[in-house]
Design a protein around this ligand. Structure first.
Ligand code: SAH
Length: 348
């Protein structure tokens, strides 16, 4: 994707391989130079043109005139004492901040990244929407959340979840470009089977994504079993009802064959009754999917609470009704990695 900064320089990390080739050959350079530059950017992941040492000094100067190579500054890094979870607070080139969380699982290291600065969706239990929306993240900035963490912590990151700050389907074009760069075999080469995208339920975009048949896991933030409750906690439900959302999910499954994951943040007295379990069975019984129950993370602006005990109780209710559900283990609890805006949890 061609994106220019305020000085007219092209954001080089957001360019696809073919776009980079076009730009580099337009400078009078051979195509193999573009392959070298792409490798420096996406495999060696250097943060300046000066470090591209197999290119002539003159060419590096030219690159810096035509392109900008963004970087993220690590403002804060928190390390869990109980597991290997790391939480990064990054400063973006324009002074805004986003967070990412790196988690070790037995099948590899996964990163949870942000897709926007803030969020417009207004879910009333979520910390990242409270301060409102600032701007979309660029493809380069989403990649840099990964490259910067990988360089800093020395772990090979093999999976990504788009579950940090922001609504990924509200930043659709940039997220699609990012996924293409992330999975490109000349770069990071991450299999999209190791990527999950979480959405509050933007129905038209779910259908658009389904048609691409990308193979990533779609996570749906369901959190309620009837429209009244869902609209009360998630304004997006007033636009796209549960029925429309589930139709889109069925379409996604039909197109991709990928099992959908439903997120269910359990809130005491709001969505945790036996009637809710019955309603959930009516909605999801017979549909190939998985339900993740997460005791809601407290945020200071709301009085919501829940516990692992309640979550286990609700899981049992679902199990009795034949629904496939797990309560997620929390990683990085001591560093507040599971803080709502960057909640990150994992099935045992
Ligand atoms: N906008 C996307 C992705 C970002 S939020 C979405 O809505 O899915 C990632 C997940 O954290 C979502 O499932 C969201 O509903 C959930 N979440 C937000 N605040 C939470 C909280 N306080 N407790 C538990 N989960 C929360």
């Amino acid at each position: 994707m061609i994106i220019k900064d305020e000085n007219g320089r092209i954001d080089i990390l957001s360019l696809g391989f073919d776009e980079l080739c076009e730009q580099i050959t337009a400078l009078g350079e051979k195509k193999f130079r573009a392959a070298q530059v792409y490798e420096w950017l996406h495999i060696k992941q250097v943060d300046s043109f000066d470090k591209m040492t197999n290119l002539s000094a003159q060419f590096r100067v030219r690159l810096a005139e035509v392109f900008c190579l963004k970087s993220l500054f690590i403002v804060k890094k928190l390390e869990s004492n109980t597991d290997n979870t790391l939480k990064y607070l990054y400063r973006l080139p324009d002074g805004n901040h986003v967070e990412a969380v790196v988690m070790d699982y037995n099948h590899g290291t996964t990163i949870c990244i942000s897709t926007q600065v803030g969020c417009k969706m207004g879910c009333n239990f979520c910390a990242s929407t409270i301060a409102g929306f600032r701007r979309d993240l660029l493809p380069s900035e989403m990649l840099l959340e990964i490259y910067t963490a990988q360089r800093d912590c020395g772990r090979k990151i093999s999976g990504a979840v788009l579950m940090g700050i922001g609504e990924p389907l509200d930043n659709y074009d940039n997220v699609m470009c990012f996924l293409e760069l992330l999975s490109n075999d000349k770069g990071m080469n991450m299999s999209l089977r190791h990527v999950s995208l979480s959405t509050c339920g933007l129905v038209p975009k779910i259908k658009e994504l389904a048609a691409l048949k990308l193979g990533l896991t779609l996570s749906i933030s369901l959190h309620a079993t009837n429209n009244e409750t869902r609209s009360g906690i998630m304004p997006v439900n007033k636009k796209y009802s549960i029925e429309e959302l589930l139709d889109a999910c069925k379409y996604y499954f039909a197109q991709t064959g990928r099992r959908i994951s439903f997120e269910y943040a359990l809130i005491d007295g709001v969505n945790d009754s036996p009637e809710n379990a019955d309603e959930l069975y009516k909605l999801l019984g017979g549909f190939v999917c998985h339900i993740n129950i997460i005791p809601v993370n407290k945020i200071k602006e709301r009085n919501y609470s829940s516990s692992r005990k309640n979550a286990q109780r609700f899981r049992k209710m679902l199990e009795e009704r034949g629904l496939n559900a797990t309560v997620r283990r929390t990683l990085g609890a001591d560093i507040n990695a599971a803080c709502g805006q960057l909640r990150r949890e994992y099935e045992i």
